[in-house]
Design a protein around this ligand. Structure first.
Ligand code: GDP
Length: 485
């Protein structure tokens, strides 16, 4: 059916249009070079400038990363509070190593979006990205940079990264409220600067999105620690300081996450086994694959109004056929087959939909098979097998041809974003009623930023940030959110 044999794929495809470098040990991370074979084609190709910037950034990660002399020296400066939080030479920060320690948290979808965003910021700001906190991302993803690690080494001098909040003395939100010289003086007495981008962070914290390097304290800080649980790339596109660079890297603005995700997130062999075995067993042989991601925020009990919403959406948008009411059409030999991949914590929705197509034939004669890899019942954190299933399912969603997702869900954003798929988004129900319309085709494959700034960096006053540039608009599923289109 629709599977592409290894041999026919060009090397360029394996390297995702030049996004990846050759030379990694293939066996230790099979997904890195194999995932191309599970995709029909690249939804978007990386620009030459993006490829150049990635190669430069890899060199930076290698030169300054854990295990290097530069890292040891920077960590030692961080350890001794008597030293300034500056680079070796405040007048020339170009050659020095500067770091961004990201503390991702919440569910896997949240953490994946946070890492992709922080990575893009690290590239723009020439900082080495290191993942800190109690992140288990190392269990589910391979190292993305050749010859170095992106995991923060143990015994990092700043303890308790997980519990840093915007209230600390080192926070960007505090420093930015002081005048330039006071902020510079304060920052030089600090070991690091902390940027709080939690979705509940303050107006002052969010001024970080407008930072243009003019107020030197951020640029001079050798160590930046950032806490975020979501996708903040749309805000970077609103900062005039990054505009030219981002235009060069992403001539098309609708596929930033798609490209970053294919560069960064390569499932470990155990997770990849879950993906490929499921794909081979249940998805590969069908003529068409539909993904349906069900995420319920009102509790784990089954809800009739959500089942009704899924059925209304897939019927109105002609994603699933109706069932025959009167006479059963003869399902000829050449009947088209459609595989439906459902994901969710509950199996109830899956059971209902599977029964619908088991109980009755389809009006079109199509054969509909419905599958759901797991039903974990409750969201857990810190359990490796649970996280592995979640990542595998996001990947499998990305291997479908069309996808329906639940609004507000970062899990769904990652699924459709990885697949380069523009989803049909189901609106989040209110008052336990099926919304009308039940879903809508999104404007792009990009994730939604849930906690955007409401400030125009150029005009220096509050503004509707969904109206400043054509490629940053409000999201379909969250009216105040922002997404690239
Ligand atoms: P969000 O809460 O929908 O934005 O997505 P997150 O991924 O950030 O957090 C939800 C977490 O609940 C996931 O990381 C999983 O641990 C779990 N979860 C939610 N939906 C599913 C699902 O469909 N399959 C699996 N295996 N886990 C899920």
């Amino acid at each position: 059916a629709s599977f592409w044999p290894l041999a026919t794929l060009a090397r360029q495809e394996k390297l995702v249009g030049g996004l990846l470098v050759p030379g990694f040990d293939e066996r230790s991370c099979l997904s890195r070079y194999q995932s191309a074979f599970y995709r029909k084609n690249l939804a978007r190709s990386p620009s030459a400038h993006l490829i150049r910037r990635l190669r430069q950034h890899e060199a930076l990660q290698r030169r300054c990363g854990p295990g290097t002399e530069a890292y040891r020296a920077a960590a030692a400066r961080l350890r001794s509070s008597s030293h300034r939080n500056g680079s070796n030479d405040d007048n020339d920060t170009r050659g020095a190593c500067r770091y961004l320690v990201l503390v991702p948290y919440r569910g896997l979808g949240n953490r994946i979006l946070a890492v992709a965003s922080a990575f893009l910021y690290a590239v723009l700001a020439d900082r080495v990205l290191l993942l800190g906190g109690e992140t288990s991302l190392g269990d589910v993803f391979c190292e993305p940079f050749p010859g170095t690690s992106w995991l923060l080494p143990p015994r990092f001098p700043i303890g308790d990264l997980q519990n840093l909040t915007g209230d600390v003395r080192e926070s960007y939100g505090n420093l930015v409220q002081q005048n330039d010289s006071a902020a510079a003086a304060a920052a030089s007495g600090l070991r690091y600067v902390f940027v709080d981008l939690d979705h509940s962070c303050t107006y002052h914290d969010k001024l970080f999105f407008c930072d243009d390097g003019e107020r030197q304290f951020l640029r001079r800080a050798a160590w930046l620690v950032m806490r975020t649980d979501g996708y903040f790339v749309p805000a970077l596109f609103l900062n005039p300081a990054y505009q030219d660079e981002l235009d060069g890297m992403f001539p098309r603005k609708d596929s930033v996450f798609y490209l970053l995700a294919h560069y960064l997130f390569h499932p470990t062999n155990e997770v990849w086994g879950l993906v490929t075995r499921f794909h081979r067993s249940y998805l590969r042989g069908s003529d068409e694959r539909l993904g349906i991601q069900v995420r319920v925020f009102d509790g784990d009990a089954p809800f009739q109004h959500i089942l009704d919403q899924i059925l209304a959406c897939t019927s109105q948008e002609h994603l699933l056929p109706d069932v025959a009411v009167t006479q059963e059409p003869s399902a000829g030999r050449g009947a088209r087959s459609k595989a439906v991949l459902m994901t969710g914590l509950s199996s109830w929705y899956y059971e209902k939909i599977r029964w619908k197509y088991w109980q009755s034939a389809t009006a079109t004669g199509e054969v509909v098979s419905v599958y759901q890899p797991s039903h974990e019942e409750h969201q857990l954190s810190g359990y490796t097998t649970h996280d592995m299933k979640a990542v595998a399912e996001m990947y499998l969603l990305g291997m479908t041809d069309k996808i329906v997702t639940s609004g507000w869900s970062t899990f769904g954003y990652v699924g459709h974003g990885l697949g380069g798929l523009t989803p049909w988004i189901m609106f989040r129900p209110e008052n336990h009623t099926t919304p009308y319309p039940p879903c809508r085709r999104a404007k792009s494959m990009e994730p939604c930023m849930h906690g955007p700034p409401f400030y125009d960096c150029r005009a220096k006053h509050g503004a509707d940030t969904g109206k400043l540039v054509p490629h940053v608009q409000h999201c379909e599923d969250m009216s105040w959110g922002l997404k690239l289109v």
